[in-house]
Design a protein around this ligand. Structure first.
Ligand code: NAP
Length: 308
């Protein structure tokens, strides 16, 4: 007989893992499908000092491992697969992956987001050759070298602080003269003698063929161009939702953020969304985890009403 899960969670980041924990803890037959790395974007964060309780050293990877183990101990099953097609309208939802097809009474979409490109010339060509989107993955390559960080949000600031532990210098390049990131991170970055700021400036071009040799910067107020010699350029200019698969089925914003109500319900009965894929103000590990818990709880209520 074909297996029908109570819930299938697509995505194994903090939202998905938390949904897995809550679902399996309430005895739901639960499967998490993840195509890449369990823990998602949180694993690219070195310091999680704003996750309540993480007062001792707690990296995104450590926390994600603990979250996965906890969900597993309550019975969540995991599979490494890439979802290629979904059928969400019927009472039984169908999730087609590259290797297998899975079915469930409810679906929780927790596919998260991916880093936006900086949009400068030669960026793609030099990706992995000096241009990076993940400090925890690549910082070590730039030990004692000069690093640029692009962006002015929480990611740019927290990663600049992390990168300063490795590099000789870290130059944060921001397109305005005011940062978007949290005040506490701003203070930490301003105090760090290795970190300096270039304001009102964007990167126009990455120079180099085999390896990054420097950046051409453009002052957005004066139009003036200048060269900055750096060995690494880390781009942190925000994230976009991974929601392509659900376009035309699930209500979303123009950017692709999935629209839910407070119970994480999408427009399709039995289909929920949690974490960074949702349209919301605050995208943090704690809000992703909370979304996952809420989605799983409401999925359980839905099953009770619909199937029992
Ligand atoms: P974000 O808050 O959207 O900030 C993106 C930054 O990049 C902004 O400063 C923006 O400039 C700049 N930017 C956007 N497009 C650009 C372009 N084409 N060229 C140059 N600069 C550009 O993104 P984020 O910092 O990745 O944060 C995303 C979410 O994760 C936020 O909700 C954040 O709070 C959360 N987060 C939290 C933590 C933490 O709490 N420790 C750490 C990381 C991320 P403008 O300011 O001019 O728009």
């Amino acid at each position: 007989m074909e297996h029908i899960y109570d819930t299938i969670i697509i995505g194994g980041g903090p939202a998905g893992l938390s949904a897995g924990l809550y679902a399996s803890r309430s005895r739901m037959d639960t499967l998490i499908i993840e195509r890449a790395k369990f823990g998602g974007q949180a694993t690219t964060t070195d310091e999680l000092d704003n996750y309540p309780g993480s007062i001792e050293e707690c990296t995104g990877t450590t926390l994600s491992k603990r979250m996965k183990q906890q969900a597993e101990e309550f019975g969540t099953q995991f599979v490494k697969e890439e979802v290629v097609e979904v059928e969400l309208e019927g009472d039984i939802k169908v999730i087609k992956c590259k290797k297998e097809t899975y079915k469930a009474k409810t679906i929780i979409i927790a596919t998260g987001a991916y880093p936006r490109l900086g949009g400068f010339k030669n960026e793609i060509e030099l990706r992995g050759k000096g241009v990076s989107y993940c400090a925890t993955c690549d910082a070590d390559f730039f030990t004692d070298l000069d690093i640029a960080v692009l962006g002015g949000g929480d990611s740019a600031l927290s990663e600049a602080i992390y990168l300063a532990k490795f590099g000789e210098s870290v130059t944060v390049i921001h397109r305005r003269d005011e940062l978007r990131g949290a005040k506490s991170l701003q203070e930490k970055a301003f105090k760090n003698p290795k970190i300096k700021f270039i304001w009102d400036t964007v990167v126009q071009e990455a120079k180099g063929e085999e390896i990054l040799e420097g950046l051409v910067l453009k002052n957005v107020k004066t139009g003036e161009l200048s060269d900055l010699k750096v060995d690494g350029c880390f781009v942190f200019v925000g994230y976009l939702p991974i929601s392509e698969l659900f376009k035309g089925m699930i209500n979303m914003t123009e950017r692709g953020d999935v629209i839910t109500d407070e119970e994480m319900r999408t427009n399709i009965p039995g289909v929920y969304a949690a974490g960074d894929i949702r349209e919301k103000l605050l995208r943090q590990v704690i809000t992703a985890a909370a979304d996952g818990a809420i989605a799983a709880t409401h999925a359980e209520h839905y099953i009770e009403e619909k199937f029992n």
